[in-house]
Ligand binder design. Structure first.
Ligand code: COI
Length: 354
């Protein structure tokens, strides 16, 4: 399928690359493609960034049939542009799509579309350390109807945002609070997908924790409220007595691409890394015994985010004196080094745009 490209006649001013924050600015163009039942995905276009005309009865407004992804583009020192594991993002999007009764994308075509859009807006890719061009693909149901059923029409849209770090703390350790009342997901639900509803349901706990001075919540399993699942916008890792542990994927945890990359890197360094159930009691016991060496989150937006303080009930655990740990720093350097082409990519994770 050929992508029709219509360029803007009124390019926007670029933001100050030193104060990008996360997801506040959007580039000059967007990719849009329609789905019509019986015809499949049709009419792929790159057009000037613009609002969407939507009917108030549009199904996505009412029943949240919506999924999204997040990945990043980087400029390399030789002027090239590369993406990090984009095929994995679209494959994961198709897993989310299946759960939400949304039609699948052709993985190769979707990656091509992203490459072409990034190439059109390549002037927007920031190059300051810690910055990148965040790519947000998403699919929304577009039938105008109030009956609860899967839509027969959809839009796949990709927008781009030059970003700095996700947390205002940057690579400095963040404060995370263990959520004991609300839950994010249960097995059989949508926890493993990237659907907007998962995030809408997390806002209440997030608001409460922010009021107490924490950045995000750490979710426990939805049944026993005992086993660790993930943090608001990241997967989570613990280093206990030399072993790096992350909760295993159990249907209610997002299969993060940075999570998977960290596991592969740690294994390649010969470190002991386990994907298994880990309870909050195990973490607290390790802390009391002086064996909780590091805690960090991983995600596309957050990259590697060390956790300096972990609050649970009345306990406040200060991890590694509130400083970034050795493994967190090593993973951050390796992941961002590969992403920006500063170090070799032995795993072939990066994909050239040009
Ligand atoms: C990402 O890391 O790309 C995410 O999608 C997290 C987010 C909700 C900001």
């Amino acid at each position: 399928m050929k992508i029709n490209v219509i360029k803007t006649q009124t390019p926007k001013a670029k933001p100050d690359p030193n104060s990008l924050g996360f997801g506040k600015y959007f580039t000059d163009h967007m990719f849009v493609m329609d789905y019509v039942k019986g015809q499949g995905w049709i009419n792929p276009q790159i057009i000037p960034y613009q609002p969407l005309p939507m009917d108030p009865a549009c199904m996505v407004f009412h029943y949240a049939q919506e999924i999204f992804e997040g990945l990043k583009a980087y400029k390399t020192a030789d002027g090239g542009i590369q993406l990090f594991r984009p095929f994995d993002n679209i494959r994961r999007m198709n897993e989310s799509a299946d759960r939400l009764c949304i039609p699948a994308l052709d993985v190769d075509f979707a990656v091509e579309a992203i490459k072409e859009l990034v190439a059109v807006d390549s002037d927007w890719i920031p190059t300051q350390p810690g910055t990148s061009l965040y790519i947000r693909p998403f699919i929304i149901a577009t039938d105008n109807a109030l009956g609860v059923h899967a839509s027969a029409t959809y839009k796949f849209i990709v927008i781009l945002s030059p970003v700095g770090s996700y947390y205002k703390e940057g690579l400095n350790p963040v404060k995370i609070f263990v959520e004991s009342e609300y839950v994010r997901a249960v097995k059989g639900g949508t926890g493993f997908t990237k659907c907007g509803g998962n995030y809408a349901g997390s806002l209440k706990a997030q608001e409460i924790t922010e009021k107490s001075g924490y950045s995000q919540v750490l979710w426990l399993d939805g049944v026993e409220k005992k086993y660790i699942e993930e943090v608001g916008s990241m997967n989570v890792f613990f280093k206990i007595d030399g072993e790096v542990i992350t909760p295993m994927l159990n249907g209610s945890i997002l299969g993060g691409i940075t999570r998977k990359s960290c596991i592969e890197l740690l294994k390649s360094w010969g470190m002991k890394v386990s994907e298994r159930r880990i309870s909050i009691e195990e973490v607290y016991d390790a802390y009391q015994n002086g064996k909780l060496e590091e805690v960090f989150g991983t995600g596309t937006a957050a990259v590697i985010s060390p956790v300096g303080t972990l609050g649970w009930k009345d306990h406040v655990m200060t991890i590694n004196n509130g400083e970034i740990g050795e493994v967190s720093q090593k993973l951050y350097d390796a992941i961002t080094g590969i992403q920006t082409g500063k170090i070799a990519d032995p795993f072939n994770w990066t994909v050239k745009v040009k």
